[in-house]
Design a protein around this ligand. Structure first.
Ligand code: ADP
Length: 502
């Protein structure tokens, strides 16, 4: 293992609702695992606290053992709680298991217990254990609304008890989830909820004037953390300009930062990927062509001849409004019209959207150009990124986005809408101002016409400038979107807020 030690080594504890691969729902899980592994490679000590969800597959945890039994407060009682330790992808994880019904159920979210109260309990239980055992990490890193209550508990309770040294960093992965919490729910964690119902503290701003009863755990987390991070510089700007949290973020502007997520380049590596029929990398790209033909044959798409005139576009995504559903359906029709090929791999949590895409699948999947696959498949996603000439990400908003970065690693040229993290990672080939950055196709409008123009440009480039296209493929594969590149920014931030030993 490469060890790139930073000069001063620190102790970081993540407190999170998700962690890949054992408890992953979305990008949050990937980020915690990727960032933790990268910080460890640099020599730092990292622990992750995770609820011991009933649905976690115990087989995936190495060296699982009971570390401690203790009690943590909830709703005027002390709940007996077990703390287990184990190792996941080399990371030391502490699993918090209260002996009540919290975190029981078949999936990470959606159990029959009250999630707001369960995560407040979890937040306090982690601090309680650190206090009881006298452990004081340099940094406690919390994520999203689920652990947004921890900074309040830290500064208004545990700091007055015995936890003095730790400082708190909050990362917001998606501002849409604000952690709505009634005052009396909040009070169950042991702090008086009414104290926090002010504009400066944690009142839910959408309800000012009519419902001071409601708090937002995410807002409280922003106010009480020492530093707040969101997952790309452009999303940071967007969130300062609009949205109900803008006022709070502006007030706390001096401690608010945008740091891009990375991708795990061991998991996403076309040179070693076990899912691929042929391996390749930037120096030896031939295998990519074999992957394309393999996928075309496998899906019954017309395999192209020698002419390289049929670009293959892939779109791998949750089918939700945020991802630009109208633009995805438009792209299917337009790519078909232009004689290209397109594969959509996605799942729709909403039944109406599901029916719409099933209808599209029904009308296209018998033809020779379009495949719409309504399922979740890790394996297929690897093959599709490897086969693709173009990866399409037409999001309405996108805090960071992983698909464009994964696509590039596999030599798929990104075609994206200019928003959030997409705007920070993809730069248009026709942008004369910064040609050295150029790595894809970008459109701004939210209308079909803007997307179509970008598809036109990408297809002409692919069909008429074969040599340049090959250069572009090589260039995107050589870009470094790994955590090695961005974890250093988190380390700098940790160092800027932590308490240094005398
Ligand atoms: P979000 O976190 O909003 O879903 P991201 O782009 O940050 O969006 O991350 C999405 C990740 O999920 C990517 O790694 C993508 O490949 C993967 N993904 C999305 N849908 C599917 C699917 N149906 N099958 C396999 N992987 C998928």
């Amino acid at each position: 293992i490469r060890k790139d030690s930073d000069s001063e080594l620190i102790h970081i504890v993540h407190v999170t609702a998700e962690m890949a691969p054992i408890a992953k729902v979305g990008g949050l899980g990937d980020v915690v695992t990727g960032l933790a592994r990268s910080c460890m490679t640099r020599g730092h000590k990292v622990d992750v606290f995770l609820p011991f969800y009933e649905c976690i597959d115990r087989e995936q945890i190495e060296e699982l053992k009971l570390i401690d039994t203790y009690s943590s407060y909830y709703d005027e009682r002390w709940i007996e709680t077990r703390l287990y330790g184990g190792v996941v992808l080399g990371i030391h994880v502490m699993f918090v298991e209260p002996l009540n019904d919290f975190f029981k159920g078949e999936s990470v979210y959606g159990g029959s217990y009250d999630e707001t109260e369960a995560y407040l309990f979890f937040s306090r239980a982690c601090l309680e254990w650190l206090q009881v055992r006298g452990t004081e990490p340099d940094i406690i890193h919390v994520h999203e609304w689920q652990t947004g209550g921890l900074p309040l508990l830290y500064w208004d309770m545990y700091h007055y008890l015995s936890l003095k040294k730790s400082r708190i960093v909050l990362t917001i992965h998606n501002m849409e989830h604000y952690g709505e919490c009634r005052q009396e729910q909040f009070s169950k964690c042991g702090l008086d909820g009414s104290v926090y119902a002010t504009e400066e503290k944690a009142v839910d701003d959408r309800t000012i004037g009519h419902n001071p009863e409601r708090l937002s755990l995410l807002k409280g987390g922003i106010v009480y953390s020492n530093a707040v991070v969101t997952v790309s510089p452009t999303y940071l700007k967007e969130t300062l300009c609009s949205g109900w949290l803008a006022g709070t973020l502006i007030r706390h502007r001096d401690k608010y930062f945008g740091i891009l997520n990375g991708i795990d380049t061991e998991i996403w590596n076309p040179a070693t990927d076990a899912f691929l029929p042929a391996k390749f990398d930037a120096k030896k790209v031939e295998g990519k062509k074999q992957c394309k033909v393999y996928v075309q044959r496998g899906l019954g798409l017309d395999p192209e001849g020698d002419t390289d005139k049929v670009p293959l576009v892939v779109c791998i995504t949750r089918l939700v409004a945020q991802k630009g559903l109208h633009l995805i359906t438009n792209a299917i029709a337009y790519v078909n019209l232009l004689g290209g090929q397109m594969v959509v791999l996605g799942t729709a949590p909403d039944a109406r959207v599901g029916r719409e895409f099933e209808a599209l699948a029904h009308s296209h999947n018998q033809g020779s150009n379009i495949r719409i696959l309504l399922m979740y498949s890790e394996e297929l996603s690897h093959m599709l990124y490897a086969a693709a000439d173009i990866v399409l990400v037409p999001s309405v908003y996108e805090p960071c986005g992983l698909a464009q970065m994964i696509g590039m690693r596999y030599g798929a040229v990104p075609l994206v809408r200019k928003t959030g993290g997409l705007a920070d990672t993809v730069f248009d080939v026709d942008d004369r101002l910064q040609p050295e950055m150029a790595n894809g196709f970008v459109f701004e409008g939210i209308d079909e016409g803007s997307l179509n123009q970008a598809i036109d440009r990408a297809f002409s480039y692919y069909r008429q400038k074969a040599e340049e296209w090959r250069g572009l493929v090589k260039k995107v594969m050589e870009m470094d979107n790994s955590w090695n590149n961005t974890a250093g920014k988190y380390i700098d931030l940790y160092n800027s807020v932590r308490v240094r030993d005398q």
